[in-house]
Design a protein around this ligand. Structure first.
Ligand SMILES: Cc1cn([C@H]2C[C@H](O)[C@@H](COP(=O)(O)OP(=O)(O)O[C@H]3O[C@@H](C)[C@H](O)[C@@H](O)[C@H]3O)O2)c(=O)[nH]c1=O
Length: 384
């Protein structure tokens, strides 16, 4: 009988929470033969990254994963309902009766709290730490993704390198994919940039720099992203399919695309702007230069996290251009003190070939730590 595993996912906002849980669920099912149940409280957000999801279904099977709409904390559970491995994503509170039923199981399930990704050093000390339940005979372990061998590593499918390599070495496949998104031949031949960021990114200033720059840039932006900057560029609110050119810059608004297509978009572009957690990791697997817009936290805690990542990544990339650009993009440095956006862009643009080469080196370095799904299963097995 295959191992059973439950993932509890509460969508706090946006798409990263379900994006990560869905990716993990699919991989555990497809590559490890685990029988996964994904409990998720927001099917509408799920459907945006995975169109086959039926938002009205209490239970459904998608890509071999049992998806359950997690609607209440008050449902009843018996030990027979409990999975061998229970993952709560990001400390979401799983239903009290589920926890009681976990305690009644023999043997008791492995209970993991899967945490968010950060490059800070402290995660190495907290990764796999146990926490005893105050009342029940249960222990929960913290599990941290990360960038070193003392963490759980990063989510990455086994077949990803082959799939990406085939796509990136097949000009016709790239062309057909981009054409399907409406991207014209002319745009495909420009410097192709994907733009995914939070609303507070200085996207309008960057677009100005692109518009007045020497290099033709085609910027592909999902509908609703950088909405103010895109509206200012178009002169009206823009919808999927809208396209406009001013100076050297063409902006094309894309629909929100399914998760596997988003990967292909990252593979197809020359430079990717990504955000949050999941798209950030996917950009690291695209073999292309990228700029990360980090999710903002109180007291600028995110600037510390950004610097911790840049210290690892941009040090490997041996280029200050990415570091300076990233700090300004995230409001952690003043663009005026770096010569302004045209200068920041010129420097980043000049560094792109070096950054593309170091993206491959970084990927190899990360691969040495194994992948999060396999590492997590190995750790769970060591506890049973
Ligand atoms: C643009 C786009 C993204 N996606 C997917 C890729 C990712 O799985 C997902 C986006 O997730 P992220 O990149 O993580 O960014 P995000 O900002 O959407 O998500 C998260 O950021 C985390 C740091 C927070 O903890 C979360 O609460 C959440 O805000 O959406 C598509 O499937 N199609 C698309 O067209």
């Amino acid at each position: 009988m295959s191992t059973t595993l439950a993932i509890f996912c509460k969508v706090i906002d946006n798409y990263g929470d379900i994006g990560i849980c869905w990716r993990l669920a699919r991989q555990l099912t497809a590559e490890h033969g685990v029988a996964v149940t994904l409990w998720v409280d927001d099917l509408a957000s799920f459907r945006r990254i995975c169109p086959p999801v039926d938002v009205a279904a209490g239970v459904q099977t998608v890509d071999g994963v049992t998806v359950r709409h997690w609607q209440t904390q008050d449902a009843a559970y018996a030990p027979a309902d409990i999975a061998d491995i229970v993952i709560e994503f990001f400390g979401c509170d799983i239903p009290p009766a589920y926890i009681e039923a976990m305690a009644a199981c023999e043997p008791r399930p492995v209970w993991l709290n899967l945490e968010g990704l950060t490059a800070e050093e402290w995660v190495e000390g907290c990764h796999t730490l146990p926490s005893s339940h105050p009342r029940l005979p249960l222990t929960k372990h913290f599990y941290f993704p990360g960038f070193t061998g003392k963490t759980g590593g990063l989510l990455r499918e086994t077949g990803l390198a082959i799939e990406r390599h085939a796509f990136q070495h097949d000009g016709a496949a790239r062309g057909a994919f981009l054409s399907r998104l409406g991207v014209t031949q002319q745009e495909q031949q420009a410097m192709l940039v994907s733009l995914f960021c939070y609303p507070y990114a200085p996207a309008a200033a960057l677009m100005q720099a692109w518009q007045h720059g020497a290099q033709p840039v085609a910027c592909l932006v999902p509908e609703g992203v950088a909405a103010d900057a895109v509206q200012a560029f178009f002169g009206h609110p823009a919808r999927a399919g809208d396209v406009a050119t001013r100076g050297a810059l063409t902006v094309r608004v894309l629909p929100f695309i399914p998760q596997p297509d988003y990967d292909r978009l990252l593979w197809a572009c020359d430079l990717n702007f990504v955000r949050g957690e999941d798209s950030w990791v996917r950009a690291q697997w695209a073999g292309k230069p990228f700029v990360w817009h980090i999710y903002a936290q109180d007291e600028n805690l995110h600037h510390k996290k950004l610097r911790a990542f840049l210290q690892r990544y941009a040090a490997a990339a041996v280029d200050a251009a990415l570091g300076d650009f990233s700090l300004c993009w995230n409001g952690a440095a003043a663009p005026e003190q770096q010569g302004g956006w045209p200068d920041l862009w010129q420097r980043l643009h000049a560094a792109l070939p070096t950054l593309a080469a170091s993206a491959a080196a970084w990927e190899q370095q990360m691969l040495a730590h194994g992948d999060l799904a396999a590492n997590l299963l190995r750790f769970a097995a060591s506890l049973r």
